[in-house]
Ligand binder design. Structure first.
Ligand code: AMP
Length: 282
């Protein structure tokens, strides 16, 4: 695996080597890699001659400074995992390499419509602008034919798809299924910040998504969401949202009909750690 630290070096490697963009599968990450990330690399490996991963903890997408400060970093172990998974190139830039003129210079506004202000966008204002800023920059440097994202960050997938579509970029988005621990907890870099008791409690999140799945076959969903919210609160979570929404637009749904199955989404805090998860309903 080749490691590039400077955007210019990676860009010229791709351009001078006359690599066909359609041969590149790209997996952006913030590091502290787990099997969720590695599953994306493995899928990209099967589908592309050249697999590029990036590790960059992007400051502009954090809305909570302490979340950014506490974000885990395990670069050496990450490099070993990427090599083992068959990644060809790792892009590992510094903040100064990515934002040479400062974090707020040349800030473009991305028109994400309601996706910017609902669910994650509501509780983390500015988050998706930061996500678009970094993904746009990375796509400019790498110009991949395929971009691999995890369903774990459902709204992020829709946001990036929307950005790629209005920027008219030649990259297709492949959404890979959420990888879970054996007890159902969605793998996340933030899970290492859970104490053993919190870790145990965290399994309740996926149980509640399954409960929604089993109890949302038809009719009014408002009551069901109230029950789930109450159960999560009683269990000690601070609930930001529990919602059932269109899997295409993320507009919330009050009544279930026979259209495309909706997606249930949840965001909670266990003490200081914020967890999100989602499940496409049957
Ligand atoms: P992150 O490092 O958290 O920014 O995640 C990088 C990519 O890995 C994103 O596309 C995530 O959606 C994806 N990802 C994170 N956790 C999981 C998981 N448990 N299963 C599948 N993909 C994941």
């Amino acid at each position: 695996m080749i490691i590039f630290k400077h955007p210019k070096d990676l860009r010229s490697y791709i351009q001078n080597g006359a690599i066909d963009p359609n041969s590149i599968g790209f997996v952006p990450t913030m590091g502290a890699l787990h099997n969720g990330h590695i599953s994306l690399i493995q899928t990209a490996r099967v589908e592309n001659p050249l697999v590029v991963a990036s590790i960059f903890v992007n400051p502009t997408q954090f809305t909570d400074q302490s979340d950014f400060d506490k974000y885990p970093s395990t670069v050496e172990a990450d490099i070993l995992k990427l090599e083992k998974a068959g990644c060809d190139i790792l892009f590992l830039p510094s903040v100064a390499d990515i934002y040479p003129n400062g974090l707020t210079a040349n800030l473009q506004q991305y028109n994400l419509g309601h996706l910017d202000t609902i669910l994650e966008g509501k509780y983390r204002p500015g988050h998706f602008q930061g996500v678009c800023q970094i993904v746009h920059l990375l796509l400019d440097i790498i110009s991949p034919g395929k971009l691999y994202l995890g369903q774990k960050d459902y709204q992020q997938c829709l946001v990036i798809k929307k950005m790629i579509s209005f920027l008219n970029l030649d990259t297709s988005v492949i959404i890979c299924p959420t990888q879970r621990e054996s007890d159902g907890l969605a793998m996340s870099s933030r899970n290492v910040r859970l104490s053993p008791i919190e870790r145990e409690k965290a399994t309740f999140l996926f149980k509640m998504l399954n409960y929604i799945n089993e109890n949302s076959k038809a009719g009014d969903l408002e009551k069901l969401l109230q029950i789930v919210q109450k159960q999560l609160t009683e269990k000690g979570f601070r609930v930001e949202y529990v919602a059932i929404a269109s899997q295409l637009t993320l507009e919330t749904i009050q009544f279930r009909d026979n259209q495309l199955p909706p997606v249930a989404l949840v965001a909670v805090y266990i003490n200081q750690v914020r967890l999100i998860d989602n499940l496409i309903l049957n």
